[in-house]
Design a protein around this ligand. Sequence first.
Ligand code: PXP
Length: 239
Amino acid sequence: MKKRLGVNIDHVATLRNARGEKHPDPYTVALDVLKSGADSITIHLREDRRHINDIDLKILSSNKSIPINLEIASDPKMINIALKNKPSFICLVPEKRNEITTEGGLNLKKNKNKIKKILEIFNKNNIRTSLFINPSLQDIKLSKILGSKCIEIHTGKISNQIKQKQNYSKELDKIKKCAFYANKIGLEVHAGHGMDYKTTKILNKIKQIEEFNIGHFIIGESISHGISNVVKQFIKILR
Ligand code: PXP
C-alpha cells in the first residue's frame, strides 16, 4: 500500500499574516507541495482565523485538482463554510480558542449526537469524513458507529516522547493496537500531529496507517533548508 502524505500549510499563512501582506502565498506553496509528490493539502480554518482564512479556503478549493483536507470544529458556521467550498475531505477537530495548537483528540462521547449529524451531512455530500481522536479503542469503535469513514490518530504524545528521548513503547503499542482495530472494522487510518523525520520513520512501520498529515515540522525544515538558496539569490542581485 502506498502511504500518503498530506501537508498542512497553515503556518505558511501564519508567516504571511505576520506582515499582513501577500507573501508567502499558501496557494503557490500548495501547488509546489503537490508537484513535489505530496498527496493532499491540509488546512485548518480556525474560528479566530489566526492562519488560513476564508479567502485562502476559497482560492484553494476552487482549484479542483488540489485535494483539500479541511480541518474544522464541529460548529454550524464551519459546516456551512465547508459545504460551500466542497473540499475533498473534512476532518473534525476539537478547537479551543486559547490553545497554541490542537492539543488532543475529540471528545466523542460528549458530542456524539452532534458529530453523528455532521458526519451524515458530509457523507451525503460525498466529502470523505475523518475524526481526529486520541489513540483509544473506545473512540475508534464510536467513530465507526457515528459514521466516519476515517480516523486520524493524534500523535502528539508519542512525538513529544520521541523528541524528549523518553520511553515511547507503551504509546507506540497503543497506537499499533488502535490502527489494527480501526482497519479491522473498516475505518481508514490516518495519523498526525507533532511529527518529524524520526516520528514518521517509527510510525510508518505500522502498515495500517495509510495517511500522515504533517505541518509545522515541514514548514520549519523548509525555512532551514530553503534559506541558503534565497540568500544566494540576493547575493547574485547585489554583487
Ligand atoms: N492533523 C491534525 C488533525 C491537525 O490538527 C494538525 C495541526 O494541528 C496536524 C495534523 C499537523 O500537526 P503538526 O503541524 O504538528 O505537524
